[in-house]
Design a protein around this ligand. Structure first.
Ligand SMILES: Nc1ncnc2c1ncn2[C@@H]1O[C@H](COP(=O)(O)OP(=O)(O)OP(=O)(O)O)[C@@H](O)[C@H]1O
Ligand SMILES: [Mg+2]
Length: 538
């Protein structure tokens, strides 16, 4: 926490943990620390400013600690008012420039508070008087992005971890010993991103309920924390068996992502799994579903982010949203961050509309930096319908290593999707339904459309009071849901051509295309021929 080589007198501490605040409080009144920071003989003033309470000064001696109010007039009964803070800042300014001092501005939780102090921070950060008398300012905020770019550059930003590995280990061992229980070492890493307080309550509640210290309790609490920070959280329920078909793709993901993450040998070699996976394909082909299932199969928390929710209209807000996102994700790593409709954040430079003031660009750069960060521990899965619109730089290897196409389901997959939506994900009793026949009638339908076919057939059946769903009900549903086959064939042609250019796994695409054609015998000679042409297969 020393000022190090960076020349700034202002240090922004990013934390909202009361324990860390307390540590800072003890740190600055420690005479040894003061000796280290200042020339020994000096009298050092230590001030603590809180927008809620005004300024207090430490007048403690070795025997008694005491924080005394400095401000003559008490702040207004509405402590969040920026004007009060401005008054405090003016007083601080005088003191800092006159006497060697340490000042802390705590609890900067709101935008208007940050605005009220940022000019002062800029001024202090390079002011000769402060540099001369070694005065130092600490600002405590939950989110340094409340400050604009210039202020952030002028200050030193430190983000103390919510808890360190040692602290968590110590706590876990202490509780385990107290209750005479054992705990899996994996918990130490799994609880990263939690404060000790959160960890303690998670562990105690696990002991209370199960008389054991279980990983589930920690994952649950972590998910709760992520939700509190404003992210949509999904507790994935579905596993591979809830995805009909796509066997080749499932195997690929299982072998190349899931197994590698768990592979100790790969870890020893310094080879991690793909940490950036882009799923692309037409609407309704199960990209979101695939992302969720991967999280479930990995047993990792799944943070769902829609690009739209990150994209805000105010200058700086998108940037801040991206920054908070990357922080939350990284703190909770290992986890899967699923960014749906990632094209909204990764538009090609020439595709950005002229009214964009560069806000999106900066946010995009931040996200790119994060994606390319060697130290990143999260797995980012992005999904898009329109890969051709994505910025090349955004999706290059190192950011998204795996670019995986999702085709429309082949005939085997279609039959399986019907099975999934009638007997696995749902309970729809069927009678005399020929799945292969239905598969032949739904060439180039998406998984979502086939799901709709199943639910429509079930509704038709119930409308007629039937206890089981029959082929006749499916036929009625089929005539209801019209999909233009020529249009689809056209879309397929375009998609396959694009996927060939775009995918990182040519082999996977080729296998899928071959398999697809091989399985479509039942659709008739002409359509099979059209299909082969569209997919570029002999
Ligand atoms: N292979 C499949 N097996 C079972 N269900 C599927 C399959 N593919 C799609 N579905 C069903 O379709 C629904 C919609 O799929 P999903 O939202 O994952 O598609 P998507 O590719 O993300 O679409 P979009 O591009 O519109 O976001 C899923 O919730 C699921 O019920
Ligand atoms: Mg989707």
């Amino acid at each position: 926490m020393r000022r190090k080589d960076q020349m700034s007198t202002v240090i922004i501490v990013e934390s909202e943990d009361e324990k860390r605040v307390q540590q800072l409080k003890e740190f600055i009144i420690d005479p040894n620390v003061q000796k280290l920071l200042f020339k020994e003989e000096e009298d050092i003033r230590v001030l603590w400013t809180d927008p809620w309470e005004g300024i207090r000064e430490y007048v403690g001696t070795e025997h008694r600690q005491n924080w005394q109010r400095v401000q003559s007039e008490s702040p207004s009964p509405f402590p969040m008012m920026a004007s009060d803070l401005t008054t405090s800042i003016r007083m601080l300014d005088e003191i800092l420039k006159k006497d060697p001092s340490i000042a802390v501005i705590a609890n900067v939780t709101k935008q208007e508070m940050a605005n009220a102090i940022s000019t002062a921070l800029l001024n202090w950060s390079c002011h000769p008087a402060l540099i001369e008398n070694l005065s130092t300012v600490f600002v405590i905020t939950p989110d340094s992005a409340l400050f604009d770019e210039y202020t952030r550059h002028a200050c030193i930003i430190v983000s103390p971890p919510y808890s360190t590995e040692d602290e968590r280990k110590e706590l876990l061992s202490k509780i385990a010993k107290e209750f005479k229980l054992r705990y899996d070492k994996i918990l130490i890493e799994a609880s990263q991103g939690m404060t000790l307080h959160d960890l303690e309550s998670a562990v105690l509640s696990s002991i209370h309920r199960k008389n054991a210290i279980e990983l589930d309790a920690i994952t649950e609490t972590k998910m709760e924390l992520i939700r509190k920070r404003g992210y949509e959280l999904v507790y994935p329920r579905y596993t591979w068996k809830n995805i009909g078909g796509y066997g080749t793709l499932k195997t690929f993901l299982q072998e190349n992502v899931i197994n590698i993450i768990r592979d100790d040998v790969a870890r020893k070699w310094g080879v991690g799994a793909n940490r950036g996976i882009l799923l692309f394909g037409p609407p309704g082909t199960g990209k979101t579903l695939m992302g969720k299932v991967m999280a479930k199969e990995l047993g990792l928390p799944f943070i769902q982010v829609s690009a739209e929710s990150i994209f805000r209209s105010f200058v700086g807000e998108t940037e801040r949203a991206v920054k908070t996102l990357t922080r939350v994700v990284e703190e909770n790593a290992p986890c899967i961050a699923f960014i749906d409709e990632i094209d909204q954040l990764a538009l090609r430079r020439d595709a950005v509309v002229s009214t964009d003031s560069g806000v999106g660009r900066r946010a995009q750069n931040l996200l790119m930096t994060y994606l390319g960060d060697d130290e990143r521990r999260s797995i980012v899965v992005g999904a898009t319908n329109t890969p051709e619109q994505l910025d090349e730089a955004f999706i290059r290897a190192g950011r998204f290593d795996a670019k995986i196409p999702l085709l429309w389901p082949d005939s085997e997959a279609r039959a399986e999707i019907i099975k999934v939506h009638t007997s696995i994900t749902r309970n729809i009793p069927l009678k005399g339904v020929d799945l292969d026949k239905l598969a032949a009638k739904t060439l180039l339908w998406s998984g979502a459309e086939i799901e709709l076919l199943c639910t429509t057939a079930a509704r038709v059946a119930r409308a007629k009071g039937a206890e089981e769903v029959t082929m006749a009900h499916f036929d009625a549903a089929l005539s209801d849901l019209v999909i233009n086959p020529e249009q689809r064939m056209d879309d397929l042609k375009k998609f396959v051509a694009q996927a060939k250019r775009f995918t990182s796994s040519t082999q996977l695409l080729e296998d899928q295309v071959k398999e697809f054609v091989k399985r479509e015998k039942a659709v008739g000679k002409d359509r099979l021929q059209a299909l082969k042409e569209a997919m570029g297969v002999e």
